[in-house]
Structures are given as structure tokens and as C-alpha cells.
Write a protein that binds this ligand. Structure first.
Ligand SMILES: Nc1ncnc2c1ncn2[C@@H]1O[C@H](COP(=O)(O)OP(=O)(O)OP(=O)(O)O)[C@@H](O)[C@H]1O
Ligand SMILES: [Mg+2]
Length: 519
């Protein structure tokens, strides 16, 4: 069976063209040929359909092979280009090859044509495949580079956030104490309140940085995403204002996910605020839940499996493709100074990735934006006792508490707060000192309040060692930073709780009371 082949002939002489076609037929081809004799004709032919090969006469009255090569290159098309010529000098032949011709065949040796065509088509296919695999490799490398960059920015952000949490704990703690001591009409009240307010705003930003660096301590539970969406719907409606219509498509039979409800709410809020900002003239914000089964790894970061999808779309101005790879980076913003911090999507990104999920964005200028989040489907039974104690008025008893914290000011603040709650308080400035103190202590110990991240002996290991000798000891972990995933599982143990830094005196006391009350 002759191989069909689409041949674009650059040739002014119909007889010569006929000769070439006949030669190709004899060489085992079924050519579909079209003849052009100038640049305009060639451009039109290239635009009209795809071709397998260009066969060009070297010199035409109004056109020639080098010019034809120029047209081909300008169109950005890589096709085998073979020159067929009656008389071509060696210099002209070399020049043509240099200009990008792949071969030339003399008119009196046309038997060479079919084999030349076959070889050049094969090589052209090879070139195309090589280009494709190079592009694929480049994409993978780019992805890797991007994830490395996010990783290192994350480490940096996490470190800063960790230190900030300690500083903010002290600032908020003492400012609150000052407030409590001030007379209701004190002229210093306003300023002190401003300190607390501002420090709390700083704490929110810090928590976004932490989320981005995936060091946020997450309280995982199994959730129905529909319920989470429903829970924030009223709030979202208020945030986006009257000019934006909120549409929710909740999948009626949604799989469960294992995620931190508070974080998912934050994710929705941040995406909604961005959508609102992108639609100053109004529009529609759509939130949809669903499920997807991935049978093969779509990309390295996305393993095959079942995923619950949460998509948030708007009809706003869209995102320029040139910046789409940057929008998740901390502090990347296109908003004016004072309007955006560039931390919203960083928080979203970190929260999603830390939960084992994946986020993508599709958008273009004027086409709105759709953020799609995939969270792994969770099938296991919900874990039990991961409860966070709530604040409750309860008088402190005569209990003994050991406070272990390497940051001096934070430790001092905790000591003062607990002493104010009528507890007997012991202190240690690191894990080892705490261990030694426990060894020498003959009195009963009721509660260990310990920082998680400390040099040498961290809070988790300290708690493990101390509770081995003193079973029934309650433990309250303090941290603004999850060093490992350990903490999330230890949270599930009864008699332990976790409090994120920065915290207020009243929440610290509430946690302590709740723990001590547990049997
Ligand atoms: N829905 C959207 N439509 C158009 N552009 C968006 C959308 N969401 C995000 N962007 C772009 O991504 C940038 C980063 O978003 P991100 O939420 O991280 O920061 P921000 O909104 O600028 O500031 P912040 O959220 O901290 O107040 C935005 O400045 C904006 O350019
Ligand atoms: Mg934002």
C-alpha cells in the first residue's frame, strides 16, 4: 500500500511538478501535492493545512529556496525541506543547506528523491519527539525548582513565625495584664487596647506564615466539606457584599476528608476575599464540592486515589498567566501597599498541602479565576478525643504545675498567669532541667505545661519520660510551630491538650482548668 504523504511543491513549472509527483509514486508514495510559486501562495498553503514535506525548486522567477525557507521559519514550522534543482552550483547548495534545507536532489538524479523524502520525514519525527521530551523534562525541572523554592521560603517563614509567636505571646500577655489593672476611665486604656489589637493582627499574619510553611498545628478530624461550606456561607455572603452573588453547588453524596475545620474555613475566606477584590463591579462567586478518582499520577505531587474537590470560582478580572506561578508565594501581591499583604494564598497553599492535598488555579485575563483544591478522601473511622477545651469559669484548685519553657519572658508570663490562678507553680528553663526537677521532687505533680520546640530535649520527649514515671500526669503542650507530625497524634491521648502560641492569659487558664478537671 503506498504511503500517503502531503507534499508542498515550491515550483513554477507544472511539468517539473508532475515529474516529482510521478517519482514519489514510483518510490512507494501516494502523494497529495499542491504547487505554489511565490511567498504569498506558500504562506496560504501552510496556514490551510499540515504538510509532511516541502520540495522546492532552487530558483523560481519570483521566489527561491532560501526565501521559501524563510517563510517556513517565520511560520514556526519544522518540516523536511528538500531542494530539487536542474543546475545548482556547489556554493548555492552549501548556502541552502546552511539556511536550513535538509537535502538537495539534482533533477537528473530524481531516483534519489523518494529515499531522501523518507529519511528526512523520519528525522523530522525524531526531532519533534526529542523536542517534546525536552519540553517535558523542562516542565518537570521547573516544577521541581518551584517546589524547592516554596520549600526554602517555607523554612524561612516558619522560622520567623516561630520567633514571632514567642514575642507576641509576651506582648499580648502583658498588655492584657496592664488592661486589667487600668481603671475603666484611664487615659492609657486606649493605647493599651491598641497594643493588644495590633498584636493580635500580627498574630493572624504570623499564623498565615506558619500555615504556608506547613508548621501550623492542625487539629485533624473527619469532616463533611459541605457542612464546613454551609457553616461559613453567611459570613462569606457578608464579606463579598451585595454586588457579588454567591452560588453553592454542594455534591449531595460527598466523601469525607480529614482536615482541620478552622483551616478550611480560613481557606474559603481567603479565596472569597480575593474573588471579591477581583470583582469590583460585581459578579458571581461559585463554590462547588465534588469528588474525583485519579487512576494515574497526574503530576508528581498528586498520587493516584480518591479526592474530594472544593472549587472556588469568580467572574472577575482573572490572573495573568505570567504571574500564576508566583501567587502562592508569601508577600506576592499585585494590590497597592496597605491593601494586600500577599499572605492569603500562601496560607491557602500551606493548609492544603499540609493536609495532603493539592491546589491548582486556572485563569486568564478577563476570564475569572478558578481555584480547585483536592483533599484526599478519608475512609477510616473518625478519631476520638481530639477536643479543645473551651474557656469556662472554674476556680483554680491547689494543684502543682511544672512550667517548662526556654524563652525567659514567655516562661515568666506563664508563671505569673498561673500563680494568679492560685496554683503552685514550678519552673524549668529546658527539658533536662525539668527531668532533674521531677526526679528530686517528692510532692505530687498534677500538670506539666511545656513548650514543644526546645533544644536538646523537646516537649514531646520530655512528656513521654516524665509520664512514664508519673502516670496520670496531665500535659499541656504549648507551641506556635509543629516540628513534626508527632504532636497531632499525641493530641489524641487523653489527659493531654495543646495550646497554640500566642495565647491569652484567659485561654491558658481555661486549658489548665479543663485538663486538671479531667479524671
Ligand atoms: N480570584 C482572583 N482573581 C484575580 N487575581 C487573584 C485572585 N486571587 C489571587 N489573585 C492574585 O494573587 C495575588 C496574591 O493573592 P494573595 O491572596 O496571596 O494576596 P493578596 O490578596 O494580594 O493580599 P492578602 O490576601 O494578604 O490581603 C493577588 O494580589 C492577586 O494579584
Ligand atoms: Mg488575598
Amino acid at each position: 500500500v503506498p504511503a500517503s504523504i502531503r507534499v508542498l511543491l515550491v515550483e513554477d513549472n507544472p511539468d517539473d511538478a508532475e515529474l516529482i509527483v510521478r517519482r514519489l509514486k514510483r518510490g512507494g508514495y501516494a502523494p497529495e501535492a499542491r504547487r505554489v510559486e511565490d511567498a504569498a501562495g506558500m504562506r496560504a498553503a501552510l496556514a490551510a493545512q499540515e504538510w509532511d514535506v516541502v520540495i522546492a525548486d532552487h530558483a523560481l522567477p519570483r521566489f527561491d529556496a532560501p526565501a521559501a525557507l524563510g517563510v517556513l521559519r517565520a511560520a514556526g514550522i519544522d518540516l523536511p525541506f528538500i531542494i530539487v534543482s536542474g543546475q545548482i552550483g556547489e556554493d548555492a547548495a552549501v548556502a541552502a543547506m546552511k539556511a536550513g534545507a535538509h537535502d538537495y536532489v539534482m533533477k537528473n538524479r530524481l531516483a534519489r528523491l523518494a529515499p531522501a523524502v523518507e529519511r528526512e520525514i523520519r528525522e523530522s519525527v525524531n526531532r519533534r519527539e526529542q523536542r517534546r521530551s525536552e519540553a517535558a523534562l523542562q516542565a518537570v525541572q521547573e516544577q521541581f525548582r518551584q517546589s524547592q523554592k516554596m520549600e526554602s521560603i517555607g523554612r524561612l517563614a516558619g522560622g520567623i513565625a516561630h520567633d514571632f509567636n514567642n514575642l507576641l505571646t509576651v506582648i499580648i500577655g502583658y498588655a492584657e495584664r496592664m488592661l486589667a489593672d487600668l481603671a475603666p476611665d484611664s487615659p492609657r486604656r486606649e493605647g493599651t487596647e491598641a497594643i493588644v489589637r495590633t498584636a493580635e493582627r500580627a498574630a493572624t499574619l504570623t499564623s498565615y506564615l506558619l500555615a504556608f510553611s506547613r508548621r501550623q498545628i492542625l487539629i485533624y478530624r473527619v469532616h463533611d466539606l459541605n457542612q464546613v461550606v454551609r457553616g461559613v456561607e453567611t459570613l462569606l455572603q457578608r464579606i463579598i457584599g451585595e454586588d457579588v452573588t454567591l452560588v453553592v453547588h454542594a455534591h449531595p453524596d460527598l466523601w469525607g476528608v480529614r482536615a482541620d475545620e478552622g483551616q478550611i474555613e480560613q481557606v474559603l475566606l481567603n479565596l472569597a476575599v480575593n474573588a471579591r477584590d477581583a470583582m469590583p463591579e460585581g459578579g458571581t462567586l461559585s463554590i462547588a464540592t465534588g469528588g474525583v478518582r485519579l487512576t494515574e499520577a497526574v503530576e508528581p505531587a498528586l498520587a493516584p486515589g480518591d479526592y474530594v474537590t472544593l472549587s472556588v470560582s469568580d467572574t472577575g478580572q482573572g490572573i495573568d498567566p505570567a504571574i500564576q506561578s508566583q501567587i502562592f508565594e508569601p508577600f506576592f501581591t499585585t494590590k497597592p501597599v496597605g491593601k494586600g499583604t500577599g499572605l492569603g494564598l500562601s496560607m491557602v497553599y500551606g493548609a492544603v498541602v499540609q493536609s495532603g492535598g493539592h491546589i491548582t488555579v486556572t485563569s486568564g485575563p478577563g476570564r475569572g479565576a478558578t481555584f480547585t483544591i483536592l483533599l484526599p478522601r478519608w475512609t477510616a473511622a473518625p478519631p476520638g478525643a481530639a477536643t479543645i477545651p473551651r474557656a469556662r469559669a472554674f476556680p483554680g484548685g491547689h494543684k502543682t504545675i511544672l512550667v517548662v519553657e526556654d524563652h525567659d519572658d514567655v516562661r515568666q508570663l506563664i508563671l505569673e498567669t498561673l500563680a494568679g490562678g492560685a496554683y503552685t507553680v514550678l519552673e524549668a528553663r529546658n527539658g533536662q532541667a525539668a527531668l532533674a526537677l521531677c526526679e528530686s521532687l517528692n510532692e505530687p505533680l498534677d500538670l506539666l505545661v511545656t513548650d514543644v520546640v526546645m533544644p536538646v530535649l523537646g516537649g514531646l520527649e520530655l512528656a513521654r519520660q516524665v509520664t512514664r514515671r508519673r502516670p496520670g500526669l496531665k500535659v499541656l503542650f504549648l507551641s506556635g510551630y509543629a516540628e513534626t507530625d508527632d504532636l497531632n497524634t499525641s493530641l489524641l491521648e487523653p489527659g493531654t491538650a495543646f495550646l497554640a502560641k500566642p495565647f491569652t492569659s484567659s485561654t491558658l487558664l481555661a486549658h489548665v482548668r479543663d485538663l486538671l478537671k479531667q479524671p
